[in-house]
Write a protein that binds this ligand. Structure first.
Ligand SMILES: Cc1cc2nc3c(=O)[nH]c(=O)nc-3n(C[C@H](O)[C@H](O)[C@H](O)COP(=O)(O)OP(=O)(O)OC[C@H]3O[C@@H](n4cnc5c(N)ncnc54)[C@H](O)[C@@H]3O)c2cc1C
Length: 532
């Protein structure tokens, strides 16, 4: 006998939790189904032997969204400042104030004295985008306010915000071209282009890459790790009487009959379903032929688009427990650090060379692969996070945990795993990362490692069922299979199937934590309106 629920939400990542809490706060009975035993998806933290690590996103951008969301859902969670540093070789600056852009300009000019004009050109663009970002995210977003209930707020702030949002959004959307195309048209120095852009996904829209500098001062670290946010949302849901069922993977969905089955064989029916997980998983379960002919063509078209698309690049992450005090690291950088050990840049290593490796995989010797990998580790940009520099309770006294990652191709790890030498690869790449960081920024690192472990694109895929291990939704390297950009986000939450909505990192592009929260709230609002 199937259990009936008016609203079922699938996936208890930040999106599903936000949507569920938002609905439950408005007195809806919601069932949230999550395949894992814990909630949070790509927003998660865990401890090992007293060291706190963040498994996915390292810190959260407020973007005028996170704080209002927590406030509206009545969640009292300390958000500690999470300062960012940027560094190349031995030149390291803080990027935590609006004046930091001037330091960044000086850093680039010192590195590339022959390209000062190039540097000035790119800084000018970043400065322009800084102004746009202040308009978009510099004040609290009204998404988490019921503007209509507060007429003074509606007339003074909301209408102005909407006008500024639309005008700025339109200006930004004109810069959708891939950042590579934009930077190649603007700058001559290829190494400089790499240093500015190689930590972004390939073909990231230019506006997104150019505006990222402005987001650095807006990062926060929730006390107890980023996973404290999903934990607090879950606690809030339970407190108001809604159920989060973990260990409940949705394995079958009959969207026409509005029913689904979980991995334990439990059957459910629903009035409204919000899918907050990987869209390829959703569309693999859809049987378009079950729907009336008038709906079938639209569903098939959408299904084909989604299933033929790929997730964005993934990351390789190394977690290190180190017998060095936080002061060793705080003398070098802030707790969130984008570091490039060499000014040379990746060049074609992550583009043409990687493509050649994948094309010639059968003929490639393992030595040749490791030689490529060594250069890749030496010339890459690392995202480094030191939770203990933000939250002093994140490591045992006198010791520190360090998380270092860079973008990494899913397909490589898949093939290595298929051929049975993943463990050897993981050991070698971890050693190369440690050697690179020891030779460049942390001279004492290698001698003080207590233990280490790693996560690959494959582990991300397995853990949250994110296609191709993607960490922010769709790849920019091919046409994105959803129509929603910043200006028509509301369309994003609709599917061609009645009463089935979607939200999260697969529904808008470019995606990220703020847009996950925004779409979660939009889906919740729509369902609320339809059921009221
Ligand atoms: C290393 C890293 C760094 C990042 N950095 C940033 C950043 O700086 N800025 C930024 O904005 N974003 C960043 N992100 C991206 C951001 O964390 C994600 O976009 C966001 O957390 C996605 O949330 P979600 O809820 O949409 O999806 P997910 O977190 O993937 O949640 C989906 C949930 O659904 C569950 N699920 C899947 N299938 C099923 C099923 N069949 N049945 C039941 N449950 C299911 C999964 O287990 C998971 O819990 C980063 C991510 C990573 C990993």
């Amino acid at each position: 006998m199937a259990e009936h629920h008016r609203i079922i939400i699938v996936g208890a990542g930040i999106t599903g939790l936000t949507a569920a809490t938002s609905l439950a706060m408005r007195d809806h009975e919601v069932l949230l189904l999550e395949k894992n035993t814990t909630c949070g998806g790509l927003v998660n933290s865990f401890t090992r032997d007293g060291f706190l690590f963040d498994g996915g996103i390292r810190a959260v951008e407020n973007a005028g969204m996170i704080k209002p969301m927590l406030e509206e859902l009545q969640i009292d969670l300390p958000l500690l400042p999470s300062k960012v540093s940027l560094g190349v070789e031995d030149k390291i600056i803080s990027a935590d104030t609006p004046e930091s852009l001037r330091d960044y300009e000086l850093l680039l000019k010192e590195l590339y004295p022959e390209s000062t004009k190039d540097v000035e050109r790119v800084i000018k663009v970043i400065r322009k985008f800084d102004i746009y970002m202040q308009v978009l995210f510099g004040s609290d977003s009204p998404f988490f306010k019921d503007a209509k209930r507060d007429i003074r707020y509606y007339l003074s702030t909301f209408i102005l915000w909407i006008i500024r949002f639309l005008a700025t959004g339109a200006a930004i959307m004109r810069m959708r071209m891939p950042m590579e195309q934009f930077l190649n048209g603007l700058l001559e120095n290829k190494a400089l282009i790499d240093i500015i852009s190689q930590h972004f996904f390939k073909k990231t829209p230019a506006f997104f890459a150019m505006s990222y500098f402005s987001l650095y001062p807006d990062y926060y670290y929730p006390q107890g790790g980023v996973g404290s946010i999903p934990n607090a949302l879950r606690a809030r849901l339970t407190e108001i009487g809604s159920e989060v069922r973990t260990g409940a993977e949705v394995v079958q969905l009959d969207a026409h009959r509005r029913s689904l089955t979980d991995s334990s064989g439990n059957q459910y029916t629903y009035d409204k379903l919000i899918w907050c997980a990987d869209l390829k998983h959703l569309y693999r379960m859809i049987a378009a032929e079950e729907f009336p002919e008038s709906e079938r063509a639209g569903i098939l078209k959408e299904q084909e688009r989604i299933l033929s698309s790929r997730g964005a690049e993934s990351v390789f992450t190394l977690f290190l427990a180190v017998d060095l005090p936080p002061s060793y690291f705080s003398k070098i950088s802030e707790g969130h650090f984008f570091y490039t050990p060499s000014r040379t840049g990746l060049g074609e290593l992550h583009r043409a060379d990687l493509a050649a490796i994948l094309d010639g995989w059968q003929q490639l010797s393992r030595d040749a692969f490791y030689s490529w990998l060594e250069s890749f580790c030496r010339l890459n940009t690392y995202e480094i996070s030191l939770p203990v520099l933000n939250d002093s309770s994140a490591a045992p006294e006198g010791q520190s945990g360090l998380i270092a990652s860079f973008l990494f191709d899913y397909e490589l790890t898949r093939r290595i795993d298929e051929e049975g030498w993943y463990d050897e690869f993981e050991k070698r790449i971890s050693e190369m990362m440690i050697d690179t960081l020891t030779a460049s920024v942390y001279g004492a690192l290698k001698e003080h490692i207590l233990f280490s472990f790693a996560a690959s694109p494959l582990s991300i895929e397995r853990n949250v069922y994110s296609s191709e291990g993607a960490i922010v939704g769709w790849s920019f390297e091919q046409e994105v299979p959803i129509d929603a950009g910043m200006l028509n986000m509301k369309k994003a939450i609709l599917t061609p199937m009645p009463d089935l909505y979607r939200a999260g990192q697969w529904t808008v592009s470019p995606a990220g934590l703020p847009t996950c929260i925004m779409t979660a709230r939009m889906a919740a609002d729509l369902v609320h309106t339809e059921l009221s």
